[in-house]
Write a protein that binds this ligand. Structure first.
Ligand code: MCA
Ligand code: AMP
Length: 501
């Protein structure tokens, strides 16, 4: 790789041009058989798709959203948009109409690429393009790379996240952000063209898109792209593909502990590196995985707004329960509420600075000003650093819940619950779950007109499945401070048996 890379295409050309005939990816084609492509074929497919997108009116700076389960066309779309300077807006495929509406209203994409079946989730007036039609139209276009003058500051994606406050905002991630992150990840975790990367993370989040896809294209290794991680078939997948490299969320590692020991040993023998992030990896999962697979999982910490911040070292000690040391070219400070730097082992908020930090929030100058201060980004994550530099995350300033690596903002669910007949007060709290890390539970003050079954049924039509409360606890009143703020830590503990009346 070159020393300094300004745009993603410069980074990818190490693979798309220099490694044209090298096998790049395998995936399940629509007819069920395993298909594969070389880097040169990826280059040509994305050229044709870029021509087709151009013919449909997309220009540099326009937004194009996708709402798709993992499939090879997302890769084609991504590279085509990079070539055109079009800004990609990934939408979580588990989102329902109400959640989607917020994103499309805010980002104003020219169109959303999805499937004919999934178009029903979209509000009227949103242009939806069927992915199959789009790609078959593209196949007839010339294999000519469009020319577009871009630089490191050019936006490549708007990825929606809620940051430290309520409403979901689009983090403007630039070519320079993705490129520097990919180079940092490859350098820190020794990823080379010899690797075999198993891509099971969803491509609509930056863990799968930023770390997975960008690093694969940057180093030119081989990738197997699967629709999604499924516990029941995970062992077969690892045994047949024999990846050297796997990126996952803690829930995936918990699920992998169910694989029989003899099969796990074989998987471990072929692997080089397992990386975990997006949520805390419990130390006992770290230990159990080591005993079973013979690998110390490398835990790291990132955010949508910053891509990767901190990582356990590749060669040094991978310390369970910590996220390690700052990534190459990333600076981290831990500050007290008054803005002064805390000492070793003292707790404070993590602030980060580096080429990984996004350009701000899309059309939200106030939210941008609150979080991007004097060249630093305030993460909202609380942690401490021991004298030898290892950082431990201890919590968050917001009451964000992370379930299976997906983020849940209590306020969104609380507001919907308050719209239900009979609900007077509502508080959503994250309770510990062995596999998913946390699960949302609702504490409600209700009157006789409340119908729990009807309320939950309504929520299921409005929210992604991972946001649906796993239990409802009825209480007489919510504990509040003198100023009326709910004190969630004073709510009675959740017991599944006590959840229902
Ligand atoms: C789960 N479901 C999915 C997917 N994952 N559907 C489509 N695509 C997916 N990728 C649906 C299932 O169909 C099911 O829906 C429900 O979710 C629960 O699935 P199940 O298999 O029972 O769950 P699981 O065994 O607990 O595993 C879930 C999972 C999933 C595979 C671990 O939670 C997941 O893919 N998490 C990754 C999230 C992620 O990438 N986060 C990164 C954020 P139904 O209930 O309707 O049947 S980026 C980030 O945090 C920063 C930057 C960072 O540090 O990385
Ligand atoms: P997102 O908004 O989806 O980008 O989620 C980012 C948040 O995930 C961070 O602010 C952290 O709170 C959390 N996170 C990511 N990696 C880790 C980790 N290794 N341990 C604990 N929390 C993590």
């Amino acid at each position: 790789m070159t020393a300094r890379v300004a745009t993603l295409l410069e980074l990818y050309d190490h693979s798309l041009i220099d490694r044209r005939d090298v096998p790049a990816v395998e995936y399940d084609a629509a007819d069920g058989h395993t298909a594969s492509l070389t880097f040169g074929e990826l280059d040509s497919r994305s050229n044709r798709l870029a021509q087709q997108l151009g013919a449909r009116g997309l220009q540099r700076g326009d937004r194009l959203a996708f709402y798709l389960v993992n499939r090879i066309e997302i890769v084609d779309l991504w590279i085509a948009c990079v070539k055109l300077g079009v800004i990609v807006v990934p939408i979580n495929v588990l989102y329902k109409e109400r959640e989607i509406r917020h994103i499309v209203t805010d980002a104003e994409p020219l169109a959303v690429v999805t499937t004919a079946e999934q178009m029903t989730q979209f509000p009227a007036g949103v242009a939806c393009w069927d992915v199959r039609t789009l790609c078959s139209d593209a196949a007839g276009m010339p294999d000519i790379r469009p020319t577009c003058a871009l630089n490191a500051e050019s936006p490549a994606a708007l990825v929606y996240t809620s940051g430290t406050t309520g409403a979901s905002k689009g983090a403007i991630l630039t070519h320079g952000n993705f490129a520097s992150n990919a180079r940092g990840v490859a350098e820190a975790w020794r990823i080379t063209s010899d690797d075999r990367y198993l891509a099971a993370l969803p491509l609509f989040h930056v863990h799968g898109l930023g770390n997975g896809i960008q690093t694969w294209l940057a180093v030119g290794c081989h990738m197997k792209l699967v629709a999604r991680f499924e516990a029941a078939t995970a062992a077969d997948l690892f045994e047949s593909y024999r990846p050297t490299l796997f990126f996952g969320v803690p829930t995936m590692y918990v699920r992998l502990l169910d694989v029989p020991d003899d099969r796990a040993r074989v998987v471990g023998k072929h692997a080089r590196l397992f990386v975990s992030g997006s949520a805390p990896l419990p130390a006992q999962v770290h230990d159990a995985f080591h005993a079973k697979y013979g690998h110390m999982i490398l835990e790291r910490y990132g955010m949508t707004e910053t891509l990767m911040n901190v990582s356990n070292p590749y060669d040094g000690e991978r310390r369970p329960g910590t996220v390690g040391l700052p990534m190459p070219h990333v600076s981290v400070r831990i500050l007290a509420e008054d803005g002064t730097e805390v000492g070793a082992d003292a707790t404070g908020e993590l602030w980060v600075q580096g080429p990984n930090v996004c350009a701000g929030y899309w059309r939200r100058p106030e939210a941008t000003a609150e979080s991007f201060i004097a060249g630093w980004f305030r993460t909202g994550d609380i942690g401490r650093c021991v004298p030898d530099g290892y950082i431990t995350l201890e919590g968050r300033r917001s009451d964000l819940i992370i379930s299976g690596g997906f983020n849940i903002y209590p306020r969104e669910i609380e507001e919907l619950l308050l719209e239900q007949p009979g609900v007077r007060e509502a508080a959503i709290v994250g309770v510990v779950d062995r596999a998913r890390g946390e699960m949302p539970v609702a504490y409600l003050v209700v009157d006789a007109s409340f119908d729990e079954v009807a309320a939950l049924a309504h929520l299921r039509t409005q929210l992604a499945s991972f946001k649906i409360p796993r239990g409802i606890v009825r209480i007489d009143s919510l504990p509040r401070t003198a100023l009326g703020k709910v004190q969630k830590h004073l709510l009675p503990p959740f017991t599944p048996e006590g959840a229902r009346p």
